[in-house]
Design a protein around this ligand. Structure first.
Ligand code: C2E
Ligand code: MG
Ligand code: MG
Length: 575
């Protein structure tokens, strides 16, 4: 292993330079004599037209370089290549460090090479064995990191090893879970007081031996303090942290024998769990300690589950449940009326997905749509919404006996546009329901255009080719890029609820709404204001020239039967 490091004073670097400043003898025999007089391992190499040749070595070099280093894996051809490179680049000196990979018989060499001679074709290679320093450093570090009584890592060593293990897990499996389990021996100080410190030490050694016998190969154990141990374990798939803690804690089941005493050790056990990509292992260790405090009181195993893990678990179970709900057709579409602000007449419905979870009750689309987008379930969900809305239109038209006077809007997610052939999905839905495209409005958000504006535009044109209307949803919250807005075949701008809710009190929002309305009018688009909750807002929008309104003031999203009744009734009045 090579290291380009700075050499200490008195290293071969300075020594070699000094040596070559002296007159170095020419000729092999004289070189041997001169090298033999040197205090360090050295060899002379010469470069000529045929390449690099080692012309003389001293016994030290034979021993360190040619024998020990070569055996430990140093490729001696390295010196030839290096010297050729120095000659080609006109470099006079080079310093390096080489370390063997062998942990049992380590070897660390400082290498220096310097060019000398009138024609600069000779090179003095010298080696200094730094193994003893390196081994000392390793030993010192090991001592600093380990507990002398048990041989386990001490707190510093344990924390460092855990940080390393989590960063490895993070790169191999970012979703990988890990646990930190902490064990605290109860009554240990009293045992120490009554049987003496030496016996106390013996007890700790016994416990440590038992703990090690229960470890799996990739687990890390440490002695964190007098009577506290900690364990790190990566958690497989559905494995429970409690089962890991239990396996280790069984070490305390049998009493420990101390000379003629039998001591039953009680132990408080607690753990915390984290996810490699989301949690700092030191935070998780802190959480395990919080749980340990509780475990000391409750005398039971306590588990602290981090927020991010809770969220991830929740998300994961939501994904599984959503997959089942889709398969069992448990989602519903509700329809929120869109009202013509001028006439007060019904002008359409927006179809909104509703999920009544069998355990958790109503789950908001704001929670499950992002999960569907992340998991790919948005493709079947999006197809389901399209065909369900198309089927509803067909049913209503059949019951009315005439063409529906309004359109139904269906939301399309940006992820759905990327992952599915949306025009084909729309054509399928229209075909199966036997209705024409002019009955549907498709709502897209600006995010659909960010990553691939050209592709998105192609999709919009294909959708226009099916005669559908297109609406830009939540306008004003995204990028609001007017350049592409102008180029896209959009029929309606839907102004986001965040500008509407307080527009009569907030003059900035009122100015934004009025600007969006002028923009839409200049581009020949209709407008819908979302989230109208009062008569005051409704009339303010009407005065500003907004086409349609949607909001609780007119109606909440209604199930299909209630929406049909609303449609039949259709006598809504604006303020
Ligand atoms: P959106 O498309 O902007 O839908 C309008 C949201 O505003 C709906 O929320 C609606 O219930 C809510 N809303 C309407 N009027 C009012 C009001 O006066 N006050 C308040 N506070 N809220 C009002 P919802 O149903 O929770 O849906 C949230 C979002 O989830 C939708 O925003 C849409 O982006 C998405 N979503 C819903 N269903 C689907 C679907 O079938 N497919 C896709 N891709 N996204 C959907
Ligand atoms: Mg919408
Ligand atoms: Mg919206």
């Amino acid at each position: 292993m090579w290291d380009s490091k700075t050499f200490a004073h008195g290293s071969p670097a300075s020594l070699t330079s000094k040596l070559v400043q002296r007159t170095v003898p020419e000729g092999e025999a004289a070189s041997h004599v001169w090298l033999a007089s040197l205090p360090i391992a050295a060899a002379i190499y010469r470069v000529d037209i045929s390449g690099v040749k080692r012309i003389a070595t001293n016994p030290n070099f034979d021993n360190i370089g040619l024998t020990r280093a070569a055996r430990a894996g140093l490729d001696l051809g390295y010196f030839n290549d290096l010297i050729l490179d120095m000659a080609a680049n006109d470099r006079d000196s080079h310093f390096d460090c080489w370390r063997s990979d062998d942990r049992i018989q380590p070897l660390e060499l400082e290498i220096s090479v310097a060019c000398f001679g009138a024609s600069k074709d000779h090179y003095l290679v010298s080696l200094v064995d730094r193994t003893a320093d390196a081994v000392n450093k390793i030993n010192l570090r090991r001592e600093m990191m380990s507990d002398s009584l048990t041989g386990f890592s001490n707190r510093i060593g344990f924390e460092e090893r855990v940080e390393d293990a989590v960063s490895m897990l993070r790169s191999s499996n970012p979703d990988g879970r890990f646990a930190l389990v902490v064990f605290d021996l109860a009554r240990f100080s009293r045992i120490n007081e009554s049987v003496g410190v030496l016996a106390g030490d013996e007890l700790i050694i016994t416990v440590a031996r038992r703990l090690s016998s229960r470890l799996r190969s990739n687990e890390i154990i440490g002695r964190m303090g007098g009577d506290e141990f900690a364990l790190f374990a990566a958690i497989d798939g559905g494995q429970a942290v409690a089962s890991v803690a239990q396996r280790i804690a069984r070490a305390f089941d049998d009493p420990c024998k101390l000379s003629d005493l039998e001591i039953k050790i009680d132990c408080a056990v607690a753990a915390a769990e984290g996810i490699a990509s989301a949690d700092d292992p030191m935070d998780v260790l802190r959480h395990a300690h919080i749980a340990l405090k509780k475990a000391k009181q409750t005398k039971r195993f306590e588990l602290f589950v981090s927020e991010s893990l809770n969220r991830a678990k929740h998300r994961f179970s939501l994904e599984t449940d959503l997959r089942h709900a889709l398969a069992r057709n448990e989602l519903e579409l509700h329809y929120q009326p869109l009202i013509d602000l001028d006439t007060g007449r019904l002008n359409g419905f927006e179809a909104l997905a509703r999920w009544n979870h069998q355990d958790h009750g109503y789950v908001s689309p704001l929670d499950f749509i992002p999960v569907a987008e992340e998991s790919g379930l948005i493709v079947p969900l999006g197809r389901w919404a399209l065909s369900e809305a198309a089927r509803t239109i067909a049913n209503w038209e059949r019951e009315l006996g005439s063409e529906l006077p309004t359109k139904i809007s269906v939301n399309l997610s940006a992820v759905q546009l990327l992952r599915d052939d949306v025009p084909a999905a729309v054509a399928d839905a229209l075909g199966s329901a036997g209705i024409c495209g002019s009955r549907l409005t498709l709502e897209l958000t600006e995010s659909a255009f960010v990553d691939d504006p050209v592709g998105a535009r192609r999709v919009l044109e294909a959708l226009k080719g099916l005669n559908t209307h297109l609406a830009m949803d939540d306008f004003g919250t995204g990028y609001s890029n007017l350049a592409y807005l102008q180029k896209l075949p959009i029929d309606v701008l839907k102004i986001d609820r965040s500008f509407i809710a307080d527009m009569t009190a907030n003059s900035d929002n009122k100015a934004i709404v009025s600007t969006i309305l002028s923009l839409a009018s200049a581009l020949g688009m209709k407008t819908t204001a979302e989230g109208i909750e009062s008569a005051e807002i409704s009339s303010a929008l009407r005065e500003l020239g907004c086409t349609n309104g949607q909001g609780y003031y007119f109606a909440r999203p209604l199930n299909a039967d209630a929406a049909y009744a609303f449609l039949k009734d259709s006598a809504v009045t604006t303020a």
